[in-house]
Design a protein around this ligand. Structure first.
Ligand SMILES: C[S@@+](CC[C@H](N)C(=O)[O-])C[C@H]1O[C@@H](n2cnc3c(N)ncnc32)[C@H](O)[C@@H]1O
Length: 332
């Protein structure tokens, strides 16, 4: 029997729609390109304080890399982890737009050490207490990690991607992996394959082979659990669109804000530790170097704190189709 999760009625209907040349409603959201200034609010606060200030349905993507309760730092020790996590998970669902997504980082291997701080516990909780849909469990597979003697050395973490509703936005074309020339030449001869699909490249699948940051990685800004820019970039490109709002309320190194700037999204980022701002400054310094090399620079504004002028407070507009069938963005 095939993989039930990917042979369900919704999946078959989607394939049939594509064969008829149709597109899913979420794909009609705009890709607002061109010059526009993006806004980036940087907040030092408890995540629940920040979340309580955000309007319902105002955020397109939440990048969420919580403490795993493995006592890595003083912020990583919760006596009742699930009771705490259930509060920000409920708030995350509330602030997401109907097209929005939650990308929840975690591991499965921490249970013995930490009790209830692992991703399985959070997924199980969401299945019982939330209407969000698990779109993919992404396996982030890295070649570099600790050695082990009593078990197989761990080389993966997971990212549970939840869509708020079945109308979640997903831009596969933004993250396809190009085929090499030899593969393209072979596929072009295969009459069953559409030439435009061959040109676009392959679906990167839900197994992402991307290195973790080593101690001496150039990307490092000093945060102990900093995630690679490449991982965040794929999430931002696929699950949000230019001009939409990306939220990270466990911001750490500031990598999400950096990627949001680079990709033309607005952002709200928050961390309980003030040092997070220093990390972000370093990120911006590195980004400026990259921007100077880029031909088209994006304008952006980074502000301390969150005020009512931020796009997250603009009323979400429903998608409006233009002549080419592409819609106007929410939170433009
Ligand atoms: C796993 S790290 C996030 C790392 C980040 N994704 C990165 O790539 O740099 C978790 C972060 O959550 C912050 N944190 C812990 N408890 C918090 C809370 N209650 N509210 C806001 N931030 C919190 C910590 O200071 C830490 O920086």
């Amino acid at each position: 029997m095939g993989n039930r999760s990917h042979s369900n009625a919704g999946h078959r209907a989607m394939n049939a729609l594509r064969k008829r040349g149709g597109v899913h409603a979420s794909e009609k959201l705009a890709l607002k390109t061109g010059a526009h200034t993006t806004h980036h609010a940087v907040v030092t606060a408890d995540c629940l304080d920040l979340l309580s200030r955000l309007p319902d349905g105002s955020v397109q993507l939440i990048v969420c890399d919580p403490p795993y309760n493995i006592r890595l730092a003083h912020w990583d020790d919760h006596a009742d982890y699930l009771a705490w996590a259930s509060k920000w998970l409920a708030e995350a669902q509330r602030v997401l737009a109907p097209t929005g997504s939650l990308a929840l980082f975690g591991g499965l291997q921490y249970q013995a050490e930490a009790g209830s701080g692992d991703l399985l516990t959070l997924i199980q909780h969401l299945r019982k207490h939330s209407s969000m849909l698990l779109a993919n469990l992404i396996v982030w597979n890295y070649p570099n990690g600790m050695s082990a003697q009593r078990f197989f050395a761990n080389r993966h973490e997971e990212i549970a991607w939840f869509g708020k509703t079945s109308k979640y936005y997903f831009d596969l074309d933004a993250v396809r992996e190009p085929y090499d020339e030899a593969t393209k030449a072979a596929y072009r001869k295969d009459k069953r394959l559409r030439p435009e699909s061959v040109e676009k490249g392959r679906n990167p699948t839900n197994v992402w082979q991307m290195a973790r940051l080593n101690g001496n990685s150039k990307e490092r800004v000093g945060h102990p659990t900093q995630k690679p820019r490449e991982v965040i970039q794929r999430l931002v490109r696929a699950l949000s669109y230019p001009g939409s709002v990306v939220l990270d309320f466990f911001a750490g190194s500031g990598v999400t804000a950096r990627v949001a700037i680079e990709e033309g999204r607005h952002s709200v980022t928050c961390d309980a530790e003030a040092v997070s701002r220093e990390y972000l400054k370093k990120q911006l310094g590195m980004m400026t170097v990259a921007r100077r090399r880029a031909t088209s620079a994006l304008a952006y504004e980074v502000r301390d704190g969150l005020d009512q002028s931020h796009p997250v407070f603009r009323r979400a507009e429903p998608a409006v189709l233009n002549d080419s069938g592409i819609g106007a963005a929410l939170n433009p």
